[in-house]
Design a protein around this ligand. Structure first.
Ligand code: SIN
Ligand code: MN
Length: 264
């Protein structure tokens, strides 16, 4: 698909698949970096509620050179710039590990509401790319997107706020902002759900207002995905806003310098 067709599909559906973004050699470098990170202590490491396994590693691009380089990878930066019509920087990066048998779910939610309320990001001129680091199929907990749901905007009035449990509540499986069941029933009846499956190396771009969720991983196969959130430089939070900087840097960037793309 041409870049124009990908952008057209993204604009209409709120997400689009970009196959084969990375070669197996590039995926091997990312996998080795994840293994290295998992065996060291960093502040953005989060465990599942049961404590047995890691749920996510946040902000790896702030301390690991492989992740610092992948966020600058030419096909990613170019596409994010084209989508957002601006220079871009990374607001957030995480590897969601969803371990075989122990990886927990993500309830229905939108992402932008977190960045708006917690980080003072002004508008939804922001995008995510999710890159599969493992093969993802229907059994190991793929993300499910509701097509066209982003066109409903930020659904604050349809969102249940689960109390303030600090930044951990923004990344646990009892998320702070969850979409209510009657709304999700209505959206799914109307638009259905698309499961973001595909082999390792597949990329899925999705908007900050696309409704999404994923189930637990009861399969015997891990489901690791890398999610990079690119924000338009002109949509950076005001540094004097009441909330900006209250969350750790691994959830809310402090550096808004435009990324210069490079070969990864
Ligand atoms: C997310 O909603 O940010 C992550 C969902 C997942 O890893 O399945
Ligand atoms: Mn999300």
């Amino acid at each position: 698909m041409s870049q124009a067709s990908l952008i057209h599909a993204y604009t209409h559906q709120g997400f689009v698949q970009q196959p084969d973004v990375f070669s197996s050699a590039q995926l091997g470098r990312l996998q080795a970096a994840v293994d290295r990170i998992a065996s060291s202590k960093y502040p953005g490491h989060v465990r599942e509620a049961h404590g047995k396994t890691f749920r996510a590693f946040h902000g790896c691009h702030l301390y690991d050179e492989v992740f610092a380089s992948v966020v600058r990878a030419e096909p990613l930066v170019r596409f994010a710039q084209a989508l957002l019509q601006d220079e871009v920087y990374v607001h957030q990066l995480k590897v969601n590990t969803k371990r075989a048998q122990f990886g927990e779910s993500w309830p229905w939610h939108q992402d932008f509401i977190f960045w708006h309320h917690h980080d003072d990001m002004p508008t939804d001129r922001v995008t995510n790319v999710m890159i599969h680091l493992d093969d993802v199929d229907d059994d190991n907990g793929p993300v499910g997107f509701i097509p066209e749901s982003h066109q409903w905007g930020c659904l604050s009035d349809e969102t249940l706020v689960r109390g303030d449990s600090g930044w951990e509540g923004n990344v646990s499986n009892d998320l702070t902002y969850q979409l209510n069941q009657p709304l999700i029933d209505r959206l799914v009846d109307t638009y259905g759900i698309v499961h973001a499956t595909g082999p390792a190396g597949t990329a899925w771009w999705f908007s900050g207002n696309t409704c999404h969720a994923s189930s637990a991983n009861l399969s015997g196969r891990e489901r690791k995905v890398l999610i990079i959130t690119y924000n338009a430089v002109s949509n950076a939070p005001g540094r004097l806003g009441p909330n900006f900087g209250t969350r750790p840097e691994f959830l809310c960037a402090r550096d808004f310098s435009p990324l210069v793309s490079e070969r990864f």
